[in-house]
Design a protein around this ligand. Structure first.
Ligand code: ZN
Length: 69
């Protein structure tokens, strides 16, 4: 699909110029809409790893602390 940059009218791919504005049409990518910033899977693994590490530290700390007390 193509679109006129001036009047924003949509045309077929076969069209080259807007018949009203005589402007060259711009290619419109319909397949890929605005890319939303997706959170990568690795991010969740990192969060999970950090939380797991904190939990482990707390657990180990509690064990050591309980042993002392
Ligand atoms: Zn136009």
């Amino acid at each position: 699909m193509k679109i006129c940059p001036i009047c924003k009218t949509k045309f077929d791919d076969s069209a080259e110029f807007c018949p009203q504005c005589k402007a060259q049409l711009e290619e419109v990518k319909t397949a890929a809409p605005q890319k939303k910033e997706k959170i990568p899977k690795s991010f969740w693994f990192t969060i999970l790893g950090v939380f797991g590490f904190i939990l482990l530290v707390i657990l180990v700390y509690n064990i050591i602390y309980a042993g002392v007390a």
